[in-house]
Ligand binder design. Structure first.
Ligand SMILES: [Zn+2]
Length: 372
């Protein structure tokens, strides 16, 4: 992988004109990305040195989201993208997955799947699944692993523990640690959301499709069961039709139940059939949108433990436990990539029916895009 210097441009005057915190951004300010190695077993992006002229553009924009320290600081050169056409949406106005290539990493941390060029700028898929033009950010064509912290934002906290811990916060904390662990191991990885913000499933899926990772891992903590369980009630969901997804889920399940099961004094809860499994919907497709929508990208969803169990809420709130979970997940990914004979374990081949209800994914309606 080569690192190229990219011009950092200012955002074009957009429709956002609200709020305080006006920030003036002046380009160009190209900065060399830190070196990193890419796992040999993983498809790597081919890129040519950037020849994009470094124009100086100044504009103002508002910032309302915390900038992230965990989105990738790496840049790749601008590929030969075609001029973007209009965003294709379905009958309900939801954009159709699979129409982008690469993402622009916005200075505020948003990953914006790229539809194509728009003159000297990028035409992107916004967090809410709309089309916008941005001139600011760095293009990223590929990563090895996409890490997706489930839920986010005031309207979608996910599970909430008896002590008030929000699943969305815990997911993000573990996701950021996992990205750090993966980078230490030489993998390029990103998180799908830059902070405590809402991101519709359709956009999470598009980020995975745009970045063509070896693996897309959605991190969750569970709710609702209070039946005692002999060990961790970890559930790892794989895609129905992807053997690689099944194997990765087995390695994650194996690693987490072993690592967490080694902790003393925890009163675990869980379903009697907790394990690595698939979950079909009524039509026999993957129930979880984050597994169904990025078809062709190997994806899993892990419910690490039960946040609604007071003992587990306290346990997973500790930084050392979050590190243990992240390290275990990174180990599982590394083993999956480097050792094709590692099969994983803990598979539940005939799971208890878990329902067809809504998965809490949220649509794109009533979604408010950030200033870009
Ligand atoms: Zn969740």
């Amino acid at each position: 992988m080569k690192w190229a210097v990219l011009p950092v441009l200012a955002v074009a005057a957009a429709s956002c004109a609200t709020g305080a915190g006006v920030t003036e951004v002046t380009g160009p300010a190209g900065e060399a990305a830190p070196g990193a190695t890419t796992a040999g077993a993983v498809d790597t992006a081919t890129s040519t040195p950037s020849t994009t002229p470094t124009t100086t553009t100044t504009s103002t924009t508002t910032t309302s989201t915390p900038s992230s320290t965990t989105t990738s600081p790496t840049t790749t050169s601008v590929p030969a993208l075609a001029e973007a056409g209009p965003l294709v949406v379905d009958d309900e106005g939801v954009p159709v997955n699979g129409q982008t290539r690469g993402v622009v990493v916005h200075p505020d941390g948003w990953l914006l799947p790229v539809l194509g060029t728009a003159g000297d700028a990028w035409s992107v898929w916004t967090p809410c699944g709309r089309q916008a033009v941005v001139e600011r950010g760095t293009y990223l064509s590929h990563v090895d692993v996409v890490v997706d912290p489930g839920h986010g934002g005031d309207r979608e906290p996910g599970a909430v523990g008896p002590g008030g811990t929000r699943e969305s916060d815990l997911n993000l904390a573990v996701a950021r640690r996992l990205v750090d662990r993966l980078r230490v191991r030489g993998y390029e990885a990103v998180v799908t959301r830059p902070g405590d913000v809402r991101l519709p499933i359709v956009t999470r899926a598009e980020i995975a499709l745009a970045l063509r990772p070896a693996a897309n891992i959605s991190i969750h903590f569970n709710a609702g069961i209070d039946a005692p369980h002999a060990g961790p009630g970890t559930e790892t969901y794989h895609q129905l039709d992807d053997p690689g997804s099944r194997r990765l889920a087995g390695l994650v399940q194996e690693g987490l139940t072993e690592a967490l099961g080694g902790l003393d004094g925890v009163r675990w809860v869980g379903m009697s059939d907790a394990g690595a499994m698939a979950r079909p919907d009524r039509e026999g497709r993957d129930y979880y949108g984050v597994l169904r929508r990025p078809a062709g990208v190997t994806s899993i969803l892990v419910e690490v433990g039960y946040l609604t169990n007071p003992g587990e809420e306290a346990l997973f709130g500790r930084p050392e436990t979050q590190e243990l979970v992240a390290a275990t997940l990174a180990d599982a990914v590394d083993t999956w990539i480097t050792d094709p004979t590692a099969a994983g374990s803990g598979f539940t081949d005939d799971p208890i029916f878990r329902g067809y209800g809504p998965s809490g994914a949220g649509g794109v309606d009533r979604c408010e895009d950030p200033p870009l």
